[in-house]
Design a protein around this ligand. Structure first.
Ligand code: FAD
Ligand code: NAD
Length: 480
């Protein structure tokens, strides 16, 4: 019997919709099931990333950056603004229009590629079999396909001590929708979401406290740069309390009574709003039947091998729901790889070359291991550092905080990692990703011409610094 589809994808976030698009490019008949509904109850493609993650958060980061820069940064350039204020409704309306333009863009791409957008819930029944319940139906219909890709994404981790109430204690989705600027805001978790969304509301005028359980700040990042970042964020007004245990955060009257414990003992504070941002977990509830025999790993992720194959033949899983960092671009690459492998190509992903970015001002970005990790692994390396304070373009634009740090293998000189805290770090680190994916050495970068004056010259100088010959930095000259 003919199958309904060559390929069914469950989930239309960046992992799933990119898999669907690549599948259509390769000539497959594709159905993509997604159950996301926008605040008006309308189906919307793009998953967390476009609807409640990467895109809306960056829209608010952008607006709040302009606002804060006008308030605090431009007086020394002679730009003086009187009567500056933020219209939160307009800011939110712009954010929604950015989201709508992009989600509708994916719908247009689906149409152009003849991908069936199946609006509703999908459930894996077994190899090649999927139950689909449309939003307006109660009973599922069974669909068949040669291959099924599971891309259900992730959902915020909840805390029993800080139950969400949809208005005062919220997750990241709620924090993108505050209709006014909270006077006092706490964020539980000083990870990526805590820093990005904490920055948004801090720049707009909130007094923001981040309550972080771990004793170290951003342990996944380079610790020297993380110390600089901590100072910078603190100077910007983010109060970051490390080693804090939340005992409770509950609405009492019109504010949230929050009890937590840190090195100085138990403390109580009242906040107007609390954001819970303590990580995300794979979204596997209702995704498969017990009879399907799909295997999860010990962390609740869908178990996959290096090529995103699950334990079931013809069933693949990608994106936030499988091991690895929960990042949009990581899921997209997995989507492309899986579909190309289905088409018989020998594609693979490069887990060591996934860049991470925290979109604060300045940005914090990196690719590859930290110095700490290299030391632990006993890998010999040389490091080259260059501060933005010594870069002409950074000076001209008034963004002098931070540095570029490159790490190269001490024997082969192969580039191993780049860590950047500073202006346009997200774009600068990409230069290292490109170089590393082409197996470049630090000398390759050092011998490359960089336009002047650009921030990129800091990457060049850091590459020269690996060999002790940075030009625009004082230090003992290297002979030879
Ligand atoms: P998702 O985007 O979560 O999409 C999964 C889709 O599947 C959803 O639409 C979901 O409703 C649907 N679905 C789930 N189960 C079913 C089912 N059974 N049937 C039908 N449909 C189903 N990452 C970055 O790389 N850069 C950033 O700047 C960034 N910023 C972020 C900011 C915030 C506030 C948040 C919360 C996340 C951010 N992320 C960012 C992370 C990024 O959003 C995720 O890594 C990415 O969305 C994961 O993609 P995905 O396709 O795996 O899943
Ligand atoms: P995260 O893992 O980045 O940070 C969570 C923080 O909460 C950690 O520092 C953790 O130690 C802390 N924490 C955990 N339990 C706690 C508790 N009980 N009390 C206090 N602190 C606690 O997770 P997130 O910020 O929620 O983001 C979720 C995911 O979304 C991340 O994996 C991230 O990769 C992704 N994301 C990416 C971007 C980006 O790429 N710019 C932006 C936002 C989110």
């Amino acid at each position: 019997m003919d199958k309904d589809y060559d390929l069914i994808v469950i989930g239309a976030g960046p992992a799933g919709y990119v898999a669907a698009l690549r599948g259509a490019q390769l000539g497959f008949k594709v159905g993509c099931i997604d159950n996301w509904l926008d605040p008006d109850g309308k189906p919307s493609l793009g998953g967390t990333c476009l609807n409640a993650g990467c895109i809306p958060s960056k829209a608010l980061l952008d607006t709040s950056h302009h606002f804060s820069a006008l308030r605090t940064e431009y007086a020394d350039q002679g730009i003086l603004v009187d009567g500056l204020r933020i219209d939160v409704d307009t800011m939110l309306a712009r954010k929604r229009s950015v989201v709508t333009a992009l989600t509708q863009g994916i719908a247009t791409l689906f149409k152009a590629q003849d991908i069936d957008w199946l609006k509703g819930h999908g459930q894996l029944l077994g190899t090649g079999r999927v139950g689909f319940t449309a939003h307006d139906r109660k009973t599922p219909k069974e669909l068949t396909a040669d291959n099924v890709i599971l891309a259900p994404g992730s959902t915020p981790i909840a805390l029993d001590s800080a139950p969400l109430d949809g208005e005062y204690v919220v997750d990241s989705t709620g924090a993108l929708e505050f209709t006014d600027v909270p006077k006092r805001l706490a964020v539980i978790g000083a990870g990526v979401i805590g820093l990005e969304l904490g920055s948004v509301w801090n720049r707009l005028g909130s007094e923001v406290t981040l309550l972080e359980a771990q004793p170290d700040f951003l342990p996944i990042a380079d610790q020297a740069l993380a110390r600089t970042a901590l100072k910078t964020y603190t100077n910007q007004g983010l109060q970051i309390k490390l080693g804090t245990r939340i005992k409770s955060a509950k609405l009492s009257g019109k504010s949230v009574r929050t009890v937590f414990e840190d090195a100085s003992g138990e403390q109580q504070e009242r906040y107007d709003r609390v954001i819970v941002a303590v990580g995300r977990r794979p979204n596997t509830t209702g995704l498969f039947t017990n009879e399907s025999d799909l295997l999860l790993d010990e962390r609740g992720c869908i178990h996959v091998d290096d090529f995103c194959r699950t334990n079931l033949p013809g069933v693949w899983a990608i994106g936030d729901a499988v091991r690895g960092p929960m990042l949009a671009h990581k899921g997209e690459e997995e989507g492309v790889m899986v579909v190309e492998r289905i088409a018989g190509q020998n594609s693979a992903t490069e887990p060591d070359l996934i860049p991470s970015v925290i979109y604060t001002t300045p940005e914090f970005a990196w690719v590859g291991p930290t110095e700490q990790k290299l030391k632990q692994a006993g890998i010999p390396y040389r490091s080259g550092r260059f501060p933005f304070a010594a870069n002409g373009r950074a000076r001209a634009q008034g963004d002098v905080e931070g540095e570029v740090k490159l790490l190269a293998h001490a024997e082969t000189d192969r580039l191993l990692a780049a860590h950047v805290f500073g202006p346009s770090a997200s774009e600068l680190v990409q230069q290292a990703v490109i170089a590393m994916s082409m197996e470049a050495t630090s000398e390759d970068l050092a011998r490359t011409i960089f336009a002047h004056p650009t921030l990129s010259e800091s990457v060049h100088e850091a590459a020269l610094a690996v060999d002790g010959r940075a030009l625009h930095m004082a230090g003992k000259p290297k002979r030879g």
